[in-house]
Write a protein that binds this ligand. Structure first.
Ligand code: ADP
Length: 581
């Protein structure tokens, strides 16, 4: 139960909903107990030959009224308890999502997205059930059972009650045992279904590869396998349900059998009236549900606690990178960037990924970083954005160590075009205006898309800037994607601009156009351009060449060519490649 401490704030805030819900539940439980009493009176009058038409009408009306009372009460407790459990689901999901967003990228490298999704769906469902229906079942199994037994004893006698109740606890035991099996099989059904959707989704996403490799048969075979598995898992669940429900009815029937034999004898011997006997049977019927609830409630609460513990483990994860106590806001950034003796390794890597990195970029200057794939170029940018903290050395913006600057302030001042050019499945307008809380203004949007040389492409789409991207919209080419993400970074108009291999998917001609277009911007902003293509970096004020995490050459394009090192080698290789193609 301690697991639910995370929700204390929610419970305190919503305590009245729960209290009112429970009060309504108890009211209904009490009203339900009136029905057998009405039947009892009517039957007794009938037996005594005193029941008139007016009497029948009166008792009939009583039954309708209790029915109405129960219906109204159910509406209220459902709204108060189940409604609040839905709110709890909303609250918990919001809390979890908000918390996950504060965590560092490293957390997402070590946790699978599918697993996080399962937390946000299945686990939160179990918690909702435990704190919604679980509470209802608990109240019913305690109150309804006690009240009904009291009424049974009052209506007839203690002995008949004990005899009648003899088999009922077995219902709880069976529910508990079967509950575990049902739960396990239900999980398997869920897993089989998610496998089915995964397979289907991947087949459609990869349809071009499937067709070009003529592998339709293989994919159909794979699909049939998961489809059949889904069917079989469902069938297994149906089977266990098929045994479970009749078994419960059977046990209840045994109780009724005993009551008819023993109770019937009491009626014959005139020890109880026929009305008492009818009322007693009705009470017995009322007991079946709380007995079932008693079995379920344990399962529900156990599952709820297990899920809450899993969610708590996520909520207890601390962001690795947080603002220091004295972190400052940056006002009007000049854009000077310094790396001083920077050493870094990723939490999962053995050796240093960057070793003794030193450079200074003056405001408005451009630094280019070249090197082979995996040499550590993107890592430099990750460190400047403070997505990871360095081990040794220091990184400064305008002479201030980034550890002393608010994270938000660092990132707000950097326009970043990441290597993977991730775009959201919304409109191009929303993608370009992603940095803004409000809608981006038209002029900024058009200006930045022109600078990124993507304006003409966008205008050619029927919906222009309102074209929706992604699965349900237009699929952009690699080069178009890169240019939209350049436009997104330019629209932000920050003093520092980073282009991480952002021109790799455009041809050299477009590259030239973009670089020329960007000159007016890069002359004012401090710019870092990462590329493995020499043509992209040749005009930079300083070029550093990285190999295995170390700066091995530095200078301008001309001075580096004179050095006759890796830079010259890459340059000549690329010239040759261009000539051949
Ligand atoms: P580049 O940008 O030059 O292609 P990166 O900076 O992306 O290279 O990577 C440098 C090295 O760090 C590579 O060996 C890569 O495998 C490793 N690396 C990159 N990201 C991570 C990470 N999140 N965790 C562990 N190792 C990483």
């Amino acid at each position: 139960m301690k697991a639910f401490r995370t929700l204390r704030g929610f419970f305190v805030e919503h305590k009245w909903y729960y209290i009112l819900g429970i009060v309504w539940l108890i009211i209904i439980d009490s009203i339900q107990l009136l029905v057998p009493q009405i039947l009892r009176r009517a039957t007794n009058l009938l037996q005594e030959g005193k029941l008139t038409y007016a009497g029948i009408l009166k008792y009939g009306l009583f039954i309708i009224l209790t029915g109405l009372g129960i219906a109204i009460g159910r509406f209220f407790w459902r709204n108060y308890i189940i409604g609040t459990s839905r709110k709890l689901e909303y609250y918990l999901r919001k809390k979890l999502f908000g918390h996950l967003l504060t965590l560092s990228p490293n957390f997402f490298h070590t946790h699978k997205t599918g697993d996080l999704m399962a937390h946000a769906t299945n686990d939160i469902h179990s918690i909702r059930h435990a704190l919604g229906m679980g509470i209802v079942m608990f109240i019913d199994s305690v109150f309804l059972t006690l009240l009904t037994i009291v009424m049974m004893v009052r209506t007839t006698n203690f002995r008949l009650t004990i005899i009648a109740l003899f088999t009922l606890p077995f219902i709880s035991v069976i529910v508990r045992k079967f509950g575990k099996v049902i739960h396990r099989r239900f999980r398997q059904v869920q897993e089989a279904f998610s496998q089915l959707t995964d397979t289907t989704q991947e087949s459609f996403a990869g349809i071009r590869v499937i067709k070009s490799f003529v592998q339709e048969d293989l994919v159909i075979e794979e699909f049939n396998k998961v489809n059949r598995n889904n069917f079989e898992k469902n069938l297994k669940l149906v089977r266990v349900h098929g045994i479970f429900h009749p078994l419960i009815n059977y046990i209840a029937a045994i109780s009724f059998f005993i009551v008819i034999i023993y109770g019937g004898r009491l009626v014959i011997l005139d020890l109880i009236t026929l009305g008492d006997f009818i009322a007693f049977n009705n009470y017995l019927n009322l007991l079946v549900w709380p007995m079932m609830a008693m079995g379920w409630v344990i399962n529900f609460i156990q599952r709820g606690i297990a899920s809450m513990e899993r969610i708590n483990a996520l909520l207890d994860e601390k962001p690795e990178i947080v603002d220091s106590v004295n972190a400052k806001e940056l006002n009007s950034v000049e854009g000077k960037i310094q790396f001083e003796n920077v050493y870094f390794k990723y939490p999962t890597s053995k050796d240093y990924v960057l070793k003794d990195i030193n450079f200074t970029i003056e405001p408005g200057q451009t630094l280019a970083i070249v090197g082979k794939t995996g040499s550590g170029k993107t890592t430099i940018v990750n460190l400047l954005l403070r997505l990871y903290d360095i081990e040794k050395g220091s990184i400064l913006i305008d002479g201030i160590n980034i550890k002393d600057i608010k994270l938000k302030s660092i990132r707000e001042n950097i326009g970043y075009v990441p290597q993977d050019n991730f775009l959201f499945s919304t409109s191009i307008r929303d993608n370009i205006g992603f940095a803004f809380d409000k809608a981006i203004d038209e002029e900024t949007m058009i200006h930045s898309s022109k600078l990124a040389q993507v304006y003409d492409n966008i205008i050619a789409f029927p919906n222009q800037f309102d074209t929706v991207l992604g699965e349900r919209g237009v699929t952009l080419s690699g080069g178009q994607k890169q240019r939209v993400s350049i436009a997104r970074a330019l629209a932000k108009d920050s003093p520092i601009l980073i282009l991480d291999d952002s021109l790799s998917a455009v041809d050299t001609e477009t590259e030239e156009l973009i670089l020329n277009g960007l000159k007016s911007v890069t002359n004012q902003k401090t710019t870092i351009i990462i590329s493995h293509r020499i043509s992209t970096v040749k005009d930079a004020d300083e070029i550093i060449v990285i190999d295995e995490g170390e700066i091995i050459e530095r200078g301008t394009h001309d001075s580096l060519l004179e050095l006759n090192g890796l830079y010259r080698y890459l340059y000549e290789k690329q010239l040759l490649e261009e000539k051949i193609s």
